[in-house]
Design a binder for this molecule. Sequence first.
Ligand code: CTP
Length: 431
Amino acid sequence: MTNPERLTVVVGISGGIAAYKAVGVVRGLVLAGHDVHVVATDAALRFVGRPTLEAISRNIVHSDLYEGVAQVRHVAIGQSADLIVIAPATANTLAKLATGLADDLLGTTVLASTAPVIVAPAMHTEMWQNAATVANVATLRSRGIAFVGPESGQLTGSDSGPGRMAEPDAIVAAALALVPGAPAAEGAPGADPGPAVDGAPGADPDLPTRHDLAGVRLLVSAGGTREPLDPVRFLGNRSSGKQGVALAVAARDRGAEVTLLAAHLEVPAPEGVDVVQVETAKQLAQAAAEYAQDSDVIIMAAAVADYRPASIAQTKLKKDAIGDTMTLELVKNPDILASLAANRRADQVVIGFAAETAGDTAELLRVGREKLERKGCDFLVLNRVGWLRGFAVDDNAVVVVSRGGDIVMEASGSKAAVADRILDVLRPSGS
Ligand code: CTP
């Protein structure tokens, strides 16, 4: 299931003076350990600056429906959300949500999401009490949208009455209460249980953990292979195995029977999965071919050495014998993923990974789609790597493409959260 410890939270900000208080909402959610992505309307950005929101959320702010079209961002943000918080929600935004309007990024994001949504209205009393708004609020409540506030108090200008946006800490607490198990930051906004929330879907703390992979046999490789040169040296790569292990853990937690082909993991192998240690690409190829036969899903997350030394010295290579330069002859290793895909049963799902040093997402997608075609797998998980990006860190950002090149998933956040989202492609209905 969704990792409640680190949710992907979309904070939608619409254009009211209370937008400045949305900064506190974003901050409270970040302090509680969540991955927060702001979707702001153009009007919101007239009240609060993009740099402020980016600095506080630690992510880029999305506002333009026509940005990131190649990644189908207008729906991808909503699809990846575990929780959507709209603060402030103006009368205009409530009206648009009630009618399902999708003429801006916030509208498309909400429509494309199945996550719980909570809104914090903010407007003048007359607007809040207007029959149109009352009807819109009733419609939204009937669809399970939760409300926090508004409170009664001093409004912008000299008037006062109901319409004031709830305080950020109350919004954070009410929002996190919608997701069972989501922690609030200690001593930070959100620690207070907050006001009662109407129509809160999924707020039942006794909801069972999703067990949608029960009965599925899943084979996943993780880590990086090492190709020996001599008894003390090898050719290797920088893969830590964290993402592959996170996949094994997430699949195990969702009920799958997991076999992990472990190639030099820098993290402990998880409990509750069968672990098979491998050293080289050839050993990984052998183990993969053997265990693939009994697997329903195969995920090749390991970084496999494409080449190995043509010969392995039996004793330590010595500089004296080699001289000032050294030429290594390498031979190609088998392409494990391609052969698993070529030999798979009709009912098997084969997923590959591609870590590319692409300059931008468009190039990543171009290279990834070519690779998917070449490898013949069902899905390819793409991410960008570089000297300082992608390896050994705890976060990841991926795009998953399917055969035919469609983007079926975009996810970012902790490797655990990303793993969970990757497994969702096995259950497109989200069952
Ligand atoms: N892979 C594999 N066997 C190999 C090389 C790679 O099974 N000999 C798998 C990896 O586990 C990964 C996918 O193929 O799932 C893509 O790996 P990558 O190194 O990006 O692909 P390569 O075919 O090696 O292409 P490149 O020339 O870009 O390195």
